[in-house]
Ligand binder design. Structure first.
Ligand code: ZN
Length: 332
């Protein structure tokens, strides 16, 4: 991953946009350029740059909110619908989400804080629904009103649409907040962490998962690593970047987990064969016969199974392709 070293303002954008959101430095080097490989919403190429001061990698210049909206397909969340394939997929999703559920249950058991859990970026509500079925109070928040409505309808999870900073939730009311694959999508991750800090009770827990740019997959595959996901991923955090950001946002990191059964093997399969990714085929509305669909699903699933040993090994070396943190709200 070499790139021409350049300092200062990027060709496409204003100076304000090329400042590092973690440390404020305007000095960066371009690592590579990338476009929307997965969903094909645009052919524009985006620069992925590394801050020369703190090392955080980001998309630069950052697209405006209006522009970003165009890069999110309308069916970005999962709705199983009524079909057999949809039901099978939901069974699979429940199975691989048990990792997440276990991690969060452990965090909830250890905190003294009492109150609901808020899942930020809840999508169709499967995850908070699984917690609810296990006896926990869970709420959802998503930018999409349609997704929030699905969370209530399909999983009985009260959910609202909106930004975390403007959510109609009382300060210091939540025992826990979860953010799975949210922070890499938001323009100002520190503002999100600060908002989460305000909503948490003392000793409340924040559980946050992001792709880990300090993983073997990124080192091996470079721009083809699916964690890049330009232009939707505005920051590519290394585990150390996120740790620092959590600490400067009023949190104490308690645990890190580098393996996710849902994300790591599927991520490698998608990096190697993005055209087989089931979500990408759905989003791109690829026309395929029932037989072709089944064959592609089987090949993708075989790749995913073949990816398991490498993804387990990299996680064992604390270089997994995702990282999940449990952080405790620090006393002020
Ligand atoms: Zn920086």
């Amino acid at each position: 991953m070499t790139g021409a070293e350049r300092i200062g303002v990027s060709a496409r954008g204003a100076a304000a946009q090329s400042v590092c959101s973690a440390c404020g430095s305007a000095k960066f080097r371009v690592r590579f350029t990338s476009t929307d490989r997965l969903y094909g919403t645009t052919n524009t190429r985006f620069e992925i740059v590394e801050c020369l001061q703190c090392g955080l990698t980001r998309l630069s210049p950052r697209p405006s909110v209006e522009e970003l909206g165009r890069y999110y397909p309308s069916n970005y969340w999962f709705d199983p619908g009524e079909s057999t394939a949809g039901r099978l997929e939901e069974i699979y999703r429940r199975l691989v989400l048990r990792d997440h559920v276990g991690f969060v249950k452990d965090a909830l058991r250890r905190t003294q804080a009492k109150g609901p859990l808020l899942d930020v970026g809840c999508g169709g509500g499967l995850f908070p629904g699984m917690l609810r079925r296990r006896g926990f109070r869970a709420l959802g928040l998503d930018l999409s009103a349609e997704a929030a409505a699905l969370a209530l309808r399909n999983h009985g999870v009260p959910a609202v649409a909106g930004e975390l900073g403007a959510a109609p939730i009382a300060p210091e009311s939540c025992a826990a907040i979860t953010m799975f694959h949210v922070l890499e999508h938001v323009p100002r991750p520190q503002a999100y962490l600060a908002a989460a800090n305000r909503l948490l009770k003392p000793d409340g827990r924040l559980i946050v998962q992001v792709p880990n740019a300090a993983c073997w997959q990124f080192a091996l595959l470079g721009p083809a690593w699916n964690g890049v996901d330009a232009p939707r991923h505005l920051h590519l955090f290394r585990d150390t970047d996120l740790q620092r950001m959590l600490e400067t946002s009023g949190f104490e990191v308690l645990r890190r987990k580098y393996f996710s059964l849902r994300d790591n093997p599927a991520g490698l399969a998608t990096s190697l064969a993005p055209w087989l990714d089931p979500m990408a085929r759905r989003v791109r509305r690829v026309r395929e016969s029932g037989g072709a669909r089944l064959l592609k699903d089987l090949v993708y699933f075989s790749l995913l199974v073949a990816a398991l040993p490498l993804t387990i090994a990299e996680a064992a070396f604390r270089a997994g392709s995702t990282v999940m943190f449990e952080a405790r709200k620090r006393e002020r």
